[in-house]
Design a protein around this ligand. Structure first.
Ligand code: COA
Length: 178
């Protein structure tokens, strides 16, 4: 049984455990850099603030992914512009749960939450171009490849080549899985 639901205060330590147990090489595969990570305390404050901010004002929002009642990952959006767009990120925490179709199925549950709660026109995702897992997953989900370019996609990222994928509200509405 797979569920995607909005983050709750009790989930915060699980998200933090994921980020602060990554090695430098695991972070690098995702385009992130240990030296750019905020302190665990700062990260916790950001998640607390996110949870307690009204939807219309939220800049970030997180869904927790569950398998048989156990939290196994998270899927968040950042740079939210309510009624307009947001940028998506996807993480299954333990390698044993990856590459067996869970990411694809759980995204099909959390993407509708993002579109509905934030009235999005376009959902973007900009994974590191050299990270095949998210790029293949987005393609399989039916995101449209927009461009490849060099940027610093987030505060924990180094400058890198990313692939920008998008899912417009129109294309989302055509998906059989919503
Ligand atoms: C990205 C992630 C959420 C995808 O979830 P997943 O459950 O592993 O993916 P799925 O099993 O649903 O696979 C979806 C598609 O992607 C492909 N894929 C998944 N992982 C892959 C990998 N490591 N290399 C190549 N292709 C991969 C699958 O083969 C599948 O395509 P196919 O059916 O055509 O073969 C997960 O792999 C993950 O958390 N990775 C580490 C964190 C990360 O890199 N996040 C991205 C940061 S931007």
């Amino acid at each position: 049984m797979l569920i995607a639901r909005e983050i709750d205060s009790k989930d915060i330590e699980l998200v933090l455990d994921y980020w602060y147990s990554r090695s430098q090489s695991q972070l690098k595969e995702m385009g992130a850099d240990l030296n750019r990570m905020p302190s665990r305390f700062e990260f916790k404050k950001k998640l607390d603030l996110q949870i307690h901010t009204d939807y219309q004002l939220k800049k970030e929002f997180t869904c927790i992914w569950l398998k048989k009642g156990e939290a196994i990952g998270h899927n968040n959006i950042t740079n939210i512009s309510f009624g307009n767009h947001a940028f998506m990120h996807l993480h299954i925490w333990d390698i044993k749960n990856r590459r067996s179709g869970l990411g694809l199925q759980l995204l099909q549950k959390s993407i509708p939450i993002f579109f509905k709660k934030f009235d999005l026109q376009t959902l973007y995702c900009e994974p590191f171009s050299k990270n095949p897992a998210p790029n293949n997953t987005l393609k399989k989900l039916g995101f449209t490849f927009e461009k490849k370019y060099i940027t610093i996609p987030g505060i924990i990222n180094f400058e890198q080549e990313v692939n920008r994928w998008n899912l417009t509200k129109y294309n989302y509405a055509l998906k059989k899985w919503i």
